[in-house]
Design a protein around this ligand. Structure first.
Ligand code: BMA
Length: 378
């Protein structure tokens, strides 16, 4: 090796190092094969994970619950194939992420718990996916012991795990869920979904919550549910997301954590209830916690539910939310559903926060459907 070449290498090496370090993201920018909950994920699922990885380097995907299902003053008609969204009506573009809830699928009913038909959900999911949208599903299932709803906090997890009859019933319910997920296909291929089971477990309002079951039982329920979906029903199109409600430390975040091999994405649900600084403080603290754990575990992280009901603060999106999440590395933010004029989380035409939401949607880090459609990488 001549001295000339050697010295050139000496010069190049530090420059490369400086360049690499200056681009260093929150965690490894190079996409390495992830250890997913499913060791044999469908090709579409692998693609989805990769897409979320690269889009999260660019910005945060805007999501909305039930977006093409209904909005203020309109509802999707089965068979119509008319794709609408209050997000589109106020920003000119559709959401990148589409949330749906499968509560009541367990009973084989026609409609979900919010009166949206499963047929409608199936049709709009296929349509959203065909447009390059990302699908996330939650499940507000009823209490299998009392047949009350998700908010019936009568203990049930203990019995699911230890009472044969209740276990059998639960198994059947998961079977109904699995059948619906299996029906989600596009061009013959499975539509990948981000599943967010048993969310907000550290709150006391669901039967799988802290007031109604032990940590160990919660973890067993999660693991058994994954095993049923993945191994018994052979569903290979799911990324599993763990979504506690606000936490105050890394320890509390991980209290109910089912384990690295049972979770693909780390989520958090936080709402603004009173337009005070509390929400901002909660976001700052919780995003820091989420980022730290995600970096340690090398997992993606997302803001799996948020919003300010009715959005009475006309600058909430740009002044309250955006400064906290803009450069957070969060993969997506999901606003809750637009049920009616007293229960909605994104503006509709004529809404007092419409202009602000439009401004929010135009920030370069806020990614909508067209951004997904335009990118080759995600
Ligand atoms: C809650 C409310 C309820 C709804 C439930 C499940 O936050 O929106 O009206 O039934 O989510 O979607």
């Amino acid at each position: 090796m001549s001295f000339k070449i050697y010295s050139r290498k000496i010069l190049i090496l530090p420059m490369v190092l400086i360049w690499v370090c200056s681009c260093k993201p929150l965690y490894n920018e190079v996409y390495t094969k992830p250890d997913l909950v499913d060791a044999k994920p469908s090709r579409t699922t692998k693609k989805l994970h990769k897409k979320l990885f690269f889009s999260s380097k660019k910005g945060i995907l805007l999501g909305h619950q039930d977006s093409p299902g209904y909005g203020i003053g309109w509802k999707y008609n089965v068979g119509s194939k008319i794709f609408e969204s209050d997000v589109q009506k106020t920003t000119g573009d559709f959401p990148a992420v589409y949330g749906f809830d499968l509560g009541h699928i367990e009973h084989g009913l026609r409609n979900n718990l919010d009166s949206l038909s499963f047929k409608a959900i199936q049709e709009v999911i296929i349509e959203a996916y065909s447009k390059k949208g990302i699908i996330t599903i939650s499940w507000h299932l009823d209490n299998p012991v009392t047949d009350g709803d998700s908010w019936d906090v009568e203990p049930a997890v203990d019995q699911i795990l230890r009472n044969q009859e209740v276990w059998k019933k639960y198994e059947d319910w998961v079977g109904q869920l699995a059948n619906f997920i299996k029906s989600l296909k596009y061009r013959g291929r499975p539509i990948p979904i981000v599943l967010r089971p048993f969310h907000e477990m550290n709150g006391d309002w669901f039967w799988w919550g802290e007031a109604s079951c032990s940590v160990q039982d919660y973890i067993s329920l999660w693991r058994k549910t994954v095993t049923l979906l993945r191994d018994h029903h052979d569903l290979n199109q799911i990324l599993y997301t763990y979504s506690p409600n606000i936490v105050d430390s890394e320890e509390t975040y991980l209290e109910y954590y089912p384990g690295d091999e049972y979770v693909d994405i780390l989520g958090i649900d936080i709402y603004d209830h009173n337009d005070s600084d509390e929400y901002i403080e909660n976001l700052q603290g919780n995003i820091k916690i989420l980022k730290k754990i995600a970096a340690d575990k090398n997992k993606l992280y997302a803001f799996t539910e948020t919003g300010f009901e009715k959005i009475p603060n006309e600058e909430w999106f740009t002044q309250v939310l955006y400064p906290q999440i803009g450069s957070s590395g969060i993969a997506w933010v999901l606003f809750w559903r637009n049920a009616n004029k007293t229960h909605h989380y994104v503006p509709y035409p004529g809404h007092v926060s419409g202009t602000d939401f439009l401004r929010f949607s135009k920030f370069p880090e806020i990614l909508l459907l067209r951004d997904l459609q335009a990118s080759k990488k995600y």
